[in-house]
Design a protein around this ligand. Sequence first.
Ligand code: MLT
Length: 323
Amino acid sequence: MRKFAAALAAAATLYSFAAGAQAYPERTITVVVPFSAGGPTDTVTRLVAEAMSKDLGQQIIVENVGGAGGTLGAGRVAQADPDGYTLLLHHIGMATSATLYRKLAYDTLNSFEYVGLVTEVPMTIVGRKDLEPTDLKGLVDYAKANKDTVTVANAGIGAASHLCGMLFMSAIGTPLVTVPYKGTGPAMTDLLGGQVDIMCDQSTNTTKQIQGGTIKAYAVTSAERLDVLPDVSTTTEAGLPEVQVGIWHGLYAPKGTPAEVTERLSKSLQVALKDPNVVARFAELGTKPSSEADATPAALKARLEGEIARWKPIIEAAGQYAD
Ligand code: MLT
């Protein structure tokens, strides 16, 4: 009798879950950004969340959970109920942290379900407005000559800014003093104020400041120059081809989230990435939305797996790990 009752209870739970999945979403959804408000990941997420909210007919709120290069926020979502009401929008740091951190509160490839790729953002090497060098070669010479005093802002080990800074320091063969923040939103505040010297950050956070002349731009890390920053050379043009990186972003849900839910979210993400406001704002900030084919669970899974394998030897060669 007890076995029958247990089977009945399990079936009832399964039914209510499945029924819930069919009616999804029935209430407000939270998307966790694993960095401070006002930074590039926050900017991308709020634009996409606004468009997905219209499509899903439910409010989507953004929760900023910064710290440890994005791994605290990722861990928060890994522990959340797998019901589709807590999501994570994270970037390349999801892949690099798998090597950088020997102890993570989650298993990168087994703690999440995939919704889809969102965008791939180029990075910019920037400096405070009154920094002496006027071009990338000058910056390299200046950094080497002042290696014990030049400060490089980043958003912690595992952040995109950390990865780009690591590539830059490896390329010039000179370790510099790094200053970690909970996101490059607050780091930008200090760069604008002259409290920190340089940063490698996403164009979604630097384009407006560069165009406004409030910070100096030394290079972009994309293969081609950006339409929005036509006078800024690429790192390859400026003699640092090793510093070439694009910051891809993905949308995730906790492991166990029903496939009907992640598929519904993927369809909504695809609609959002075609939203005229999203397309226009992304273009103004030097990036563009992922394609419909990339805004799918399979595409994000493949990208994450490939990027973990790609960055592992590069990180091991640099020897920079989180303790
Ligand atoms: C942010 O949103 O603050 C950035 O993504 C931080 C980083 O990854 O550098």
